[in-house]
Design a protein around this ligand. Sequence first.
Ligand SMILES: *Cc1c(COP(=O)(O)O)cnc(C)c1O
Length: 390
Amino acid sequence: MEKSNGYFGQFGGAYVPESLKVVLNDLEKTFYRYIDDEDFNRELDYYFKQYVGRESPLYYAERLTKHAGGAKIYLKREDLNHTGAHKINNALGQILLAKRVNKKRIIAETGAGQHGVATATVCALFGIDCTVYMGAVDVKRQEHNVFRMKMLGANVVPVFDGNATLKEAVDKALEDFVLNSQDTFYLFGSAVGPHPYPLMVREFQSVIGREARKQILQQEGRLADYLIACIGGGSNAIGLFHPFVDDKEVNMIGVEPGGKGMDSGFHAASISKGDIGVIHGFKCYILDEETTNIHSVAAGLDYPGVGPEHSYYKDTGRAKYVSVTDREALDAFYKLSKLEGIIPALESSHAVAYGMKLASTLPKDKIIIINLSGRGDKDMEQIMEMGNRI
Ligand SMILES: *Cc1c(COP(=O)(O)O)cnc(C)c1O
């Protein structure tokens, strides 16, 4: 792989103290050393297949298509992966890197707990010590995932600083990384953070798009007209999009969480509503937390920043970014459950909502691929509590 300068246009980079820069340079070396290494990729493929259950199906959703009444809708079934979402792809890639350089300890941040669970899972798989930093508020809100992580043998450390949510958890993990870099690997969860993380996470998630490309060619004899994915940090979306970037006829659409509405002050639509700035050591579109309450019905989408590569595609126009509200996502959640027998994650429901809307405006010979990033089992408690109130 050609060496990157760590930027996507003006976005990305590594705006971090010198002590962390040294550690990240080391990580970058490790990444380039193994990303094209035959042995490394053989091992990664083995675990994708035998452990995660890849490849994930590209499923033609016939009843959903009929219901929308336009373009053909395909679902890329990342919900069928072991642990129920796309996050395991990246966790496996990074832990195999950690193993290659003999790190004895893994640390990670988690917000809703999904990345923490994926990390705890691969640490159990390889018998590596695991510490997950999690905001104390999130620890309370996501009891279930905390329990899952502990069950898998991870040490969950609540962080009480500031708002005691994801942002503070990342800060604590970075601190730990600098102090203990000799024996510790920081396994980052989304296509955000300082270089080389956005690049590294994108590479490990690109298995989604590589498979989808092959599958749609097999099933339809051509590429899709539209790719649609939800955007939290942007890892499932960039994983689907990236292998199609040079296929100019393929339109790419990222769906941001519109929360209670784009003018309500309660959403997390960083690209649509944010300004350019630096967060967690990288440049991207960011929401001002003074004026916006970072909110989504889907806990995995409520991040104030967004991946630098998406920020860049917004500016170049290579991808388009839209939003759907909590209400629309919830409607899509019920629709997909009833029409296809597939209960999606609330995050993925955002992509489904926009995909159905778009399909209804297109002729029947158009093709849409929606990334179903995860399954909804984790959301059952929340849905039960909410009933139909939103
Ligand atoms: C974490 C998560 C997301 C959001 O993260 P991205 O990095 O934007 O993909 C989306 N869907 C599911 C199921 C998740 O667990």
